[in-house]
Design a protein around this ligand. Structure first.
Ligand code: GLN
Ligand code: ZN
Length: 770
């Protein structure tokens, strides 16, 4: 028998009920009992859909308010001092949300006065963000949060067979940050471990048989002391009750394979979607008493599983493992949308190629049944259907466009090279653009006001005619241009009023992209994203931005910067195809964007910015795979940018500050100008520029756009002086950290007044003077 289980199910609800309830609670429109009731209903319904789909062992602990790592911090009592209640009371839901969102100062003598939220960061290489645990050297751990035990009781009361899910001790520590004095957070493990003992004992007393312990860090390059810790930690945990399944996902175990296979636990889950090649070795190394759980259904994408292919592996494993075989999605289904049945507007063909979380559970169950009851009619039918779907998709003319493929095949190395080297280009550009020293610009978007959003929405709903919509956007552009001229900015932008989102806006205009109505995935807290789906070869039927940009250019004698999203970012923030490589998809996107770049140039636009906000987050988890990624990512960018003459200036923008390890590749993109985030780190990131002589022009962001705070002129001047220690002054641009769409106009104008004044001051006094 093969057992069907899941590692976790999305918690947001198919209509984002959890988002809505949490936000209503924060606004005071829903009380705590109401919020808890929504959570309870969602859990009950998620267990039921999984069970109905045929999942035998259901996850508990995958539900969380805001974030599951945060839930663990509460469970272990890892609550920073600033959120602690007086008199050592247990944390409450208020404590939890304060840790997630920060708390305003209050005077009632209760907890969390004016405390800033915990830091948030990406969960491995997904678009999910977790709240980073904060450890102090004196960190004590204490069981402080009952949620897991309550939910186990809840599920059992509903008659479910459950498998609680916890983040393993080493992964939990790895994800956290040592605060205050310097210390090695790994040293905390001996203090943390007794908590796992207590948790397992309580779960055992509740009648639980199996616990899933997530240790995804086993797919990372681990320092030796962390590897060593695994053996010791699990030897200690071995004494505690419960059968233990260690779950790994998002990649292959590689050098940690022997370690993972040998841990003294009862089972191991591996991701065979991301790392199918590890299967034979695992099978050889796994001790004969252990359960092996195969992650065969992709938990991170929207495509239907090729059941026959998965079955090939499964049948083989069954021969070797017999009863010790489990089947699952590759990882928690947290990263896929909830229910394809909810999609009422997708065309039938496309829909037949897709599977969301509910459907993925059904696929897992069918795979298990194909082993357990191969003769059952429904199983035979499901597999036959899967074969037909795969064949149709593989042969569909909607996907395979000979013209796109021919173009891809004809790419020459010269296509991703500018005609001349930077030094020659910049001389031509300077002569043509005639900009002052320390040229000022912005990153692209201006405040997305309520009236802009309303106009866009009315147009979508058909309540506003195309002509009226165009006029509404033109009026926004006029407004933005007027303000920029008044402010005295040097390089202007049109403001991006017509764009809902920097990826979706372009995706909607490209062939090969599809859109769902309900394909939401949690990004962080109550925030969900609905990535567009790349389903076929990508191409650009017609110009996407030229009308807006040329309209804007027509309003001013200053230089208007064209604004595009780059191929890597388009790819990273979409659901990619699974039938061709990411690299190929990036090239297709690059060619489509290249056409737009060339059209903009032909229309007289002299500066074109191609944003690559997601460039760094595409880095693989394993360092050994970095270079391959960086090579095709930089090449794709250059392919999109290099169709222009030397005189046309290409900008790019990246909004983060960890550059040290990728600076060479950023330079290899060969953009004439790059604007980056720096103000939050007080220009610290520029250390990367100390080690490596970045050759082209740079605009290190001089103020943080994430808050309404207006920077002073002195602050900006000081930041620029600091930057000038690392970057020659003649290559410095002056700009904010990122786009201004989330800001309001008053603070935007006030900040830009100071920014322009700072640039003027430097032109007057020179960069050196104190
Ligand atoms: N041009 C985009 C904007 O200004 C860039 C956004 C981003 O980098 N995230 O909004
Ligand atoms: Zn940005």
């Amino acid at each position: 028998m093969a057992l069907a289980h899941t590692l976790g199910f999305p918690r947001i609800g198919r209509d984002r009920e959890l988002k809505k309830a949490q936000e209503a609670f924060w606004k005071g429109e829903l009380d705590e009992a109401g919020l808890r009731a929504v959570g309870r209903e969602l859990r009950a319904s998620h267990w039921q859909v999984q069970k109905d789909a045929g999942i035998e062992l259901l996850p508990v602990g995958d539900f969380a308010w805001y974030d599951q790592v945060l839930a663990h911090s509460l469970t272990f009592g890892v609550i920073p001092e600033r959120f602690r209640a007086h008199g050592n009371r247990k944390p409450t839901l208020q404590t939890l949300f304060a840790m997630a969102r920060g708390a305003l100062a209050n005077n009632d003598g209760d907890n969390c006065c004016g405390a800033h939220a915990q830091e948030m960061t990406k969960w491995f290489d997904t678009n999910y963000h977790y709240l980073v645990p904060e450890f102090s050297a004196e960190q004590q751990f204490e069981l402080s949060w009952e949620q897991l035990f309550e939910e186990v009781d809840e599920a059992r009361a509903l008659g479910h067979r459950v498998k609680p899910v916890v983040i393993g001790p080493l992964t939990y520590l790895w994800l956290g940050k040592a605060k205050g004095s310097e210390f090695d957070k790994l040293e905390l493990v001996d203090r943390l471990l007794p908590l796992y003992g207590q948790i397992f004992q309580r779960l055992a007393a509740q009648g639980v048989e199996w616990v899933q312990i997530d240790e995804p860090i086993l797919v990372l390059d681990l320092p030796q002391d962390w590897k060593n810790a695994f053996e010791r930690v699990y030897n200690l945990l071995q004494r505690e009750p419960l059968k233990k399944l260690v779950a790994t996902y998002f990649g292959g175990l590689e050098d940690n394979l022997g370690l993972a296979a040998g841990l003294p636990v009862d089972g191991l889950h591996i991701d065979l979607v991301r790392a199918p090649e590890q299967y034979p070795t695992i099978l050889d190394r796994l001790p004969a008493y252990k359960v092996l759980s195969l992650g065969l259904v992709n938990g991170r994408n929207v495509w239907r599983c090729d059941l026959e292919k998965a079955l090939g592996v499964l049948r083989h494993a069954h021969e070797r493992l017999g009863e010790r075989l489990w089947v699952a999605p590759s990882c928690s289904l947290l990263h896929s949308p909830v229910d394809l049945d909810r999609e009422d507007k997708l065309d039938a063909e496309l829909k037949s190629w897709l599977a969301f979380a509910v459907q993925k559970c059904q696929e897992v169950a069918v795979l298990a049944s194909a082993i357990n009851e191969p003769e059952r009619a429904v199983v035979i039918q499901a597999i036959a259907e899967s074969r037909v779907v795969q064949q149709r998709r593989a042969a569909s003319p909607r996907i395979h466009k000979p013209a796109v493929q021919a173009r891809l095949a004809a790419i020459k190395p010269a296509d991703s090279q500018r005609h001349s080297v930077f030094a020659e280009r910049i001389a031509l550009q300077r002569a043509d653009l005639n900009l002052p020293a320390f040229p000022t610009t912005t990153i692209g978007s201006f405040p997305q006001t309520a009236s802009i959003r309303l106009a866009r929405q009315s147009f979508r709903q058909g309540k506003l005619s195309a002509a009226a919509y165009t006029e509404a956007m033109h009026s926004e552009i006029r407004h933005a241009v007027e303000i920029q001229e008044c402010l005295g900015l040097d390089v202007l932008v049109h403001g991006e009023a017509e764009r809902n989102d920097m990826v979706e806006y372009f995706a909607e205009q490209l062939d090969g992209y599809a859109f769902t109505r309900f394909g939401w995935v949690q990004s962080y807290g109550s925030r969900c994203v609905k990535p567009a789906v790349i389903y076929g070869d990508l191409s650009r039927p017609k110009a996407m931005t030229v009308d807006w940009i040329t309209y804007a250019q027509g309003l001013t004698d200053k230089v208007m910067k064209g604004m595009l999203t780059g191929p890597v970012t388009m790819l990273m923030w979409s659901f990619p195809r699974d039938d061709i490589s990411r690299e190929q998809q990036a090239r297709q996107l690059a060619l489509a964007i290249r056409d737009e770049v060339v059209d903009l140039e032909a229309a007289g636009i002299r500066i074109i910015q191609i944003d690559e906000a997601a460039f760094r987050e595409g880095l693989p988890l394993r360092k050994s795979q970095w270079q391959e990624y960086l090579d095709w990512a930089t090449e794709s960018f250059r392919l999109s940018a290099c169709g222009v003459r030397d005189k046309t200036q290409i900008h790019t923008h990246m909004c983060y500050s960890e550059f040290n390890d990728v600076i060479e590749s950023i330079a290899a993109m060969d953009a004439d100008v790059i604007t980056i985030e720096t103000s939050r780190s007080d220009m610290e990131l520029l250390e990367a520029f100390e080690r490596f002589d970045y050759p082209n022009e740079i605009g290190p962001g001089v103020y943080d756009i994430h808050s309404p705070r207006v920077p002073t002129l002195e602050e900006i001047v000081n930041l620029l002086r600091k930057a000038a220690r690392r970057i020659p002054a003649q290559r410095l641009w002056v700009n904010p950290d990122c786009g201004l769409k989330t800001r309001a106009w008053p603070e935007t104008e006030a900040a830009l007044v100071n920014m322009v004044a700072a640039a003027r001051e430097l032109r007057r006094t020179g960069i050196q003077s104190a």
